[in-house]
Design a protein around this ligand. Structure first.
Ligand SMILES: *[C@@H]1O[C@H](CO)[C@@H](O)[C@H](O)[C@H]1NC(C)=O
Ligand SMILES: *[C@@H]1O[C@H](CO)[C@@H](O)[C@H](O)[C@H]1NC(C)=O
Ligand SMILES: *[C@@H]1O[C@H](CO)[C@@H](O)[C@H](O)[C@H]1NC(C)=O
Ligand SMILES: *[C@@H]1O[C@H](CO)[C@@H](O)[C@H](O)[C@H]1NC(C)=O
Ligand SMILES: *[C@@H]1O[C@H](CO)[C@@H](O)[C@H](O)[C@H]1NC(C)=O
Ligand SMILES: *[C@@H]1O[C@H](CO)[C@@H](O)[C@H](O)[C@H]1NC(C)=O
Length: 289
């Protein structure tokens, strides 16, 4: 009996479902008539068109407020970071004088890095600017002064580290060159009163007797003011970052020498302890023989 009852209920449920799906008497589909369905679809159509319109409008207004040449928000970097080339494996430059293969990659890296600094390339792309003063190219009101020019940094300005006379950058005779660059920060003004910032390098305490004499190129290790301010990749397409080369003239062989280079400027505050990469770069140099 229980089984029969169940069967009956099952059939009833099926019939009810069928009727709900399509009721031939009232002409209702899923419980609604055609006009009811039409109204509801029409309502949702209008609703979604309205939503899409809102989205497009807010996007449009937001994009209007953006300047494609300047980032709207930029972290205030009081002190920009510095980096070296070649940078070796985790800022360790280690090689063996007698084994060409151990320093070949460093020379290759420098060759590639300096190719865009060839005088011919620089003269073609950039201006010969007045040294020791900023190369200001501000926009006047709403009139964008774009694209902006950039100043020549000739490869030959790196003298003995240019890789032109000594194409091994001193790696062959244990007087290697390391290039130092200051990370790009849009709008950074790194010196006041016409005084350019300069790089100085020294050994960590335990290595002071091993670092030997250093020489900087360009002279005094300056980043000339004429390479600032930087206006961004899009506004200043041909910008060449200024470089400082450090040549180690008499470094001790067969020993680790931990070197730290820092920027000295009258506008950039000395490096903070909060960020150990701000305004300085540390690396290990070791030449084996
Ligand atoms: C740059 O100069 C070097 C050495 O003078 C040369 O070997 C290299 O081909 C030049 N590269 C470019 C891109 O002009
Ligand atoms: C960038 O360099 C190219 C190639 O020399 C040159 O045609 C162009 O005028 C330069 N653009 C700017 C803004 O300096
Ligand atoms: C770069 O070198 C070219 C020729 O080699 C020279 O005419 C130009 O004045 C140099 N630019 C700077 C800024 O020294
Ligand atoms: C540059 O190198 C040449 C030869 O390699 C050397 O005679 C000269 O003293 C070096 N210049 C400087 C400023 O060290
Ligand atoms: C290097 O610094 C010294 C002393 O600070 C200064 O007399 C000299 O003019 C500077 N040289 C260059 C090329 O800036
Ligand atoms: C090079 O350094 C050694 C000590 O490491 C020292 O004895 C020597 O006098 C230095 N040579 C020069 C030319 O400074």
């Amino acid at each position: 009996m229980a089984k029969e009852g169940e069967k009956k209920t099952c059939g009833q449920v099926l019939d009810e479902w069928k009727e709900f799906f399509w009721n031939p008497r009232t002409h209702q589909f899923l419980g609604r008539t055609a006009s009811s369905w039409g109204l509801i679809l029409f309502f949702y159509l209008i609703f979604y068109i309205f939503l899409a319109g809102m989205f497009v409008l807010t996007m449009y207004v937001m994009l209007l407020t953006l300047d494609e040449y300047k980032p709207t928000y930029q972290d205030r970097l009081a002190t920009p970071g510095m980096m070296i080339r070649p940078k070796g494996k985790s800022l360790e430059i280690i090689y063996n004088l007698d084994n060409t293969e151990t320093w070949d990659a460093y020379v290759q890296t420098l060759d590639n890095f300096l190719a865009p600094y060839n005088n011919s390339v620089q003269v073609m792309n950039n201006d010969a600017c007045l040294p020791d003063q900023y190369f200001i190219q501000e926009d006047s009101g709403d009139v964008l002064n774009n694209p902006k020019r950039a100043c020549q940094f000739n490869r030959t300005m790196l003298l003995n580290c240019s890789g032109i006379e000594d194409r091994y950058y001193g790696y062959l005779d244990a007087k290697p060159c390391i290039l130092i660059k200051l990370n790009r920060v849009i709008g950074l003004l790194p010196g006041r009163d016409g005084i350019s910032p300069y790089v100085s390098c020294g050994a960590k305490k335990e290595d002071v007797d091993n670092i030997g004499e250093l020489e900087y190129y360009p002279p005094n290790g300056t980043f000339n003011l004429m390479y600032f301010p930087y206006y961004g990749k899009k506004a200043q397409v041909n910008y060449s970052q200024p470089l400082v080369a450090v040549k180690f003239l008499n470094i001790s062989l067969n020993t680790d020498v931990n070197v730290e280079c820092r920027i000295n400027s009258n506008t950039i505050s000395p490096q903070s302890d909060r960020d150990k990469f701000a305004g300085r770069v540390s690396f290990k140099l070791r030449i084996n023989k």
